[in-house]
Design a protein around this ligand. Sequence first.
Ligand code: AHR
Length: 501
Amino acid sequence: MNITVYPDQPLFKRSFMIYGHFIEHFHRQIYGGLFDPTNPLSDEDGFRMDILEAMRRIHVPILRWPGGCFVSAYHWKKAVGEKRTPFFDKAWRVEDPATFGTDEYIKLCRKIGAEPYICTNAGTGTAEEMSDWMEYCNLESEGEFAKLRIRNGHEEPYSVRYWSIGNENYGSWEIGAKEADEWSRLVLEAAKMMKHVDPRTELSAAALPDIDWNVKLLGRGRDFLSWISIHKYWNLMAEENDFADYNETMAYTNDLETDIRKVRGLLMAFGLEKKIRIACDEWNLRGWHHPKVLSIQQGITKEEYLYPRDKNDQNEDYTMADAVFTACYLNTLNRNADIVGMACFAPIVNTRGCIFSYDQGIVLRSTYHVFNLYVNYMGDEILSSFESGGESLTVTGKAGDVQTVSAMDVLATRKADGTICIAAVNKDAENVHDLVINAGLKGLLEARVMTVNGSETTSYNDIGHTDVTLTESDWMQGEGTLQLQFMPHSVNVVQIRRCPV
Ligand code: AHR
């Protein structure tokens, strides 16, 4: 494969928020995961310091909370102040102790340097409850809820800039699901009240790549929305914990951009593509496993609907398939960064997350190393490039569908210091693939290659078992084009720069 990069033809800069994350009140993401006050590894506020440090290393730019399906029956007032009211979480059918609420969440975001992004309850909630939440967070001292925040010991407003109205309210599985017309009316009234509280905020609303839903949503919400939120999981496993293997996963890489293109088209049809950006604010190759709870047939015993959630925690399931797919989707987000301004990997800790925690420590799963690679070694300016001579692979998807996919997925970017950074993903399970790079730079150059890989497609990391790592080569010098060979099932970033004189 050949790539010619055109450094004098930058396309656009990507928002750093495309490397965002999501955390939900589900299983061990918060309680017993990130928020674990009795664990000796936790700080004075109850946060696991090893998890915080891992989040800082991948510079989490924005953290969406508290759900997800959880939020559609969540009432934020139960989880602020001295007296917390444990409540039954009707989405996931467990008791929530309410010890992790808005104040703890903001403290978490401050500790890791992430923008808060609050998803509000548009299931059983009201426009008033959503805007009361914004009063609590963003008003100086006016009114009941800002005064409540101050009484709770938080004098300064939290200035939460990003807010989402609702979560998947289009779905029959969601508490408080709504029809398109009903939804657009609620969004309009909620957005109106929220903007009356703090017009500086940027509002999103739950959406999907569906014309009827979005025509009504954009028709009524266009003056108030800055974002439209869509979600995507490819290997759906809510009921059956049935993992797509490596080749089945590669088949999904033909469906990375479909939804983004549809929503882009709808925004353009409305002439809103410069005003409203897309927030892919829940995405992961793997859907979460939680049988008999988001379905009509509810589980009766905890063996049926609760204990199977532990199967999300099996680290051997998160392999180079997850890493290669995640890199291909991050490339897709960068390629569409002119209209995709935010994306949240779902979730960040435990469940299908990139960080797994246990009482004595953490495991950095394969996807964590991909985020580390992209966040710390790719540029924020997307460059024009021309690729040729790429080879393809024939793979069979989970449904037995035979797919032809590209063997390599490449993307050219540039850092502020002028370094050209090229992502080169080799999706081939068995074969190396060459890449001849013309970086469009003259004179003596130097290059280095960072690689995330394991020995097999099934490589994974677990307690006491590390098989997926991020390695960094030395700088190599040369002139003209650079010919490299990439190992099977590997995620690579090539950095090329002029030699310092
Ligand atoms: O499987 C987890 C759920 O996926 C999230 O709570 C929801 O937003 C999405 O449907």
